[in-house]
Every structure is written in C-alpha cells, then in structure tokens.
Design a protein around this ligand. Structure first.
Ligand SMILES: Nc1ncnc2c1ncn2[C@@H]1O[C@H](COP(=O)(O)OP(=O)(O)O)[C@@H](O)[C@H]1O
Ligand SMILES: [Mg+2]
Length: 369
C-alpha cells in the first residue's frame, strides 16, 4: 500500500488566517485551541487541496479573508515515492486556479482521487436528520470515487428526468392525451436508472459489513445497527414502475417514482435511528459510516485517505473517544488530523497508545506543544 500524507501546508488570506505555515507529522496531528481560533479552517484547507473545494462552503469567494482580494492554499504531499505540490487559489471575481507541481489543471475532476481525504464533522448529522437527498449524495460521492461512468449515468438520468417533468407540465397545459412522447423519456430514464440502481445496490452490499465492523469496534458491540438500501427497483423493473405511476405522474405533473427517490435506511436495534437513537448513538453511527467510506476508498485505491476528524469529542463519552483514537492509531490508518478545544485528554490518550504525533496550539500564532 502506498503511503500518503501532507507534509507542509501554507495559507495566505484563507478564512481567518492572514498567513500560516505548518509542518505535519505523517501520523497524528492535533489542532487545539479555543472556539473560533481556526482549527476547522485548517482541516478545510487540506480538504481544498484534496478535492479543490471547501467541505463547508460551496461559494469559493466566501473563503477569502474578509476585506481581502485573494486566498492561496499550498501544500506538499507525499504519495508513494513522489512529492506532489498542490496549489489552490481564488481571487474575487476570477476563476479558481488549481495546480499540481506548478501545472494548471484544466479540469478539476482530474485531480479528484489523487490525494483522498475523508472528513468526519458535526455537519454529518444532516445525513441522519435531513431528507433522503443527503443520503443519496453520500452514496453517489462514494461510488463516483471509483467509478467514472457512474457520474455520467447520473447526469444522463437527471437530464432525462428534467425533460420528462417538463413534458408532464406541458401535457396538463395542452390537455393532450398522447403518451408517445412520455414513453420516449421513459426510455431515456430506464437505461441510466438501472445502471444507477445496480451500482447503489452493490455499494450498500459491500459497505454494510465494513460499517458494522467499525460500529462494533467503537461501541464495543453494544448495539446492533442496520443499513438498508430502499428503492422501488428492488421489487419491480423500472419500466413497470414508470408505467404504473403514469397517471399519478400526469396528475401531479412530475415523476413520482424512480432512483431519484432512493434512500438509505439507518436503524439501531431494528428502529430508525433518526427517531430513537441518542445523540451519542447517532454520532457513533455517522462516524462508523465515514470510517466505512475510508475503508472502502483505501481498499479500492491502494492508499489510506488522510482522515480529518473535526470535533469528534463533542457528545462522545470518554470511553468511545478512547476507542476511536486507539483504532486510528493502528497501522491500517495513515495520517490523521484531530481538532479539540482541550489538549489535556488528547495528550493523555495519545501517550497511552504511543503513536507518533504532533500537537499544534492555535492562538494568534501557531505553536507546537
Ligand atoms: N472569510 C473569512 N474571513 C475572515 N474570517 C473568517 C472567514 N471565514 C471564517 N472566518 C472566521 O473563522 C473563525 C472560525 O474558525 P473555525 O476554524 O471554525 O474555528 P474553530 O477553531 O472553532 O474550529 C470564525 O471566527 C470566523 O469568523
Ligand atoms: Mg471547529
């Protein structure tokens, strides 16, 4: 397995940083400091270099330090026996620039996957608490990491869906009864729809055991969790579904059934976690799900993604925190970044597990402690 880590990071006018420059341990790095000092912003800068975008804010411009014109993030990564210098910059009113070893990327998608990271953040709770769209997006991002045609299928499906919905509106307007054109769009949906369905089914099947293993590890086997793919296509062929819903679709003027409504059902001891799980259990669930994503990417790409653990100490009891740190300290994990407001218990756990680490104290300046 190839090694992967970021050795240096430098920031200019990125979020709350005027200028900063850090050198990391290839293993465990901790950012400690009070709320609002910029710990999460450092993780986000690493996320930028990996995925050419922020984990939190899709509007690049808003990541420029207030009152400034431009931000620059630069990083040096080691992957296998190469060094990769990554540059990412956004200037107000201009297009984003990303470079690998001083060479401009024309398509940012060419960069995705070279230096994988997995972020575990309190914002993940939207996966449980919000609608099914969040969960489909989770599945879709994981699949597109290793399957490029998948993204194409999604694009084709969404285009056809838009056209079909447009037509459903027109049919009502014109009071037409001819279903010929509708059938045309049905056919455009069915091919990519089936492809999306098969790949999602396959992913969830492979994800479940990995997920369960991580969950058991963190919770020390206390609860039984479930993860189930829900799709009408599991029961009937897509063409039948479309045909059966045709009248309903015409009345409601949109496509009511299809893979655009798929969901991932999360349960704890057989009950939906959204309703019954405690905050700590929900959090364990999400962390295990993200670890499963980590394991998945690692096994597929042959590199251990850089793990960004933001505020995982919130809402976890001391025992679970200890279990998580002990787990990531093992050799199947690579480079880890952890944020916390307090250095005390991190130091204690890290000295117990004995893995190489570096602790950065973030104030107005950044110090290694
Ligand atoms: N574009 C920006 N310009 C200046 N400051 C920013 C910008 N975006 C975010 N910040 C500041 O960054 C700080 C939050 O940093 P964050 O990394 O979330 O802190 P924490 O250490 O709690 O994780 C806030 O004080 C916020 O005002
Ligand atoms: Mg934070």
């Amino acid at each position: 397995m190839e090694q992967l880590y970021i050795s240096k990071l430098s920031l200019v006018q990125f979020k709350n940083y005027e200028e900063a420059s850090l050198e990391f341990s290839p293993r465990i790095n901790c950012f400690v400091g009070d709320n609002g000092v910029g710990k999460t912003n450092l993780l986000d800068a690493i996320h930028y270099l990996s995925l050419t975008k922020s984990f939190f804010n899709n509007v690049d411009q808003q990541n420029i330090r207030h009152g400034q014109e431009v931000f620059v993030i630069q990083g040096e990564f080691v992957r296998g026996d190469h060094t990769e210098k990554i540059f990412c910059s956004v200037r107000a009113g201009k297009k984003k620039i990303c470079k690998r070893n001083n060479k401009d990327y024309e398509r940012f998608s060419d960069h995705i996957g070279l230096l994988p990271v997995v972020m575990i953040s309190p914002a993940d709770s939207s996966l449980i608490l919000e609608g099914s769209e969040q969960r489909r997006r989770f599945i879709d991002t994981v699949i597109s990491l290793y399957d490029r045609p998948y993204l194409q299928a999604l694009l084709r499906y969404n285009r056809a869906l838009m056209q079909r919905n447009k037509l459903l509106k027109q049919l009502e307007f014109k009071r037409e009864t001819d279903a010929g054109e509708l059938e045309l769009w049905d056919n455009q949906l069915i091919i990519p729809g089936n492809e999306i369905h098969e790949k999602r089914k396959e992913l969830v099947r492979k994800l479940v055991p990995v997920f369960q293993e991580y969950y058991d590890h963190i919770s020390e086997g206390k609860e039984k969790v479930g993860l189930e793919y829900r799709s009408p296509l599991l029961e009937r062929p897509f063409e039948d579904i479309l045909l059966q819903n045709r009248e309903k679709d015409r009345v409601l003027q949109y496509t009511t059934a299809g893979v655009h409504k798929d969901d991932l059902v999360m349960t704890l001891d057989g009950y939906p976690i959204k309703k019954t799980g405690s905050q700590g259990q929900q959090k364990t669930f999400l962390v295990a799900l993200k670890f499963a994503k980590f394991g998945f990417i690692r096994d597929l790409t042959g590199v251990k993604p850089i793990l960004l653990l933001d505020d995982i100490f919130d809402k976890f009891d001391a025992r679970r925190v200890y279990q998580i740190i002990r787990m990531v300290a093992r050799h199947e994990f690579g480079q880890i970044f952890i944020t916390d407001t307090d250095a005390g218990h991190l130091k204690k756990i890290l000295s117990e597990v004995g893995t190489e680490h570096r602790i950065f104290k973030i104030n107005e300046e950044i110090r290694i402690i």
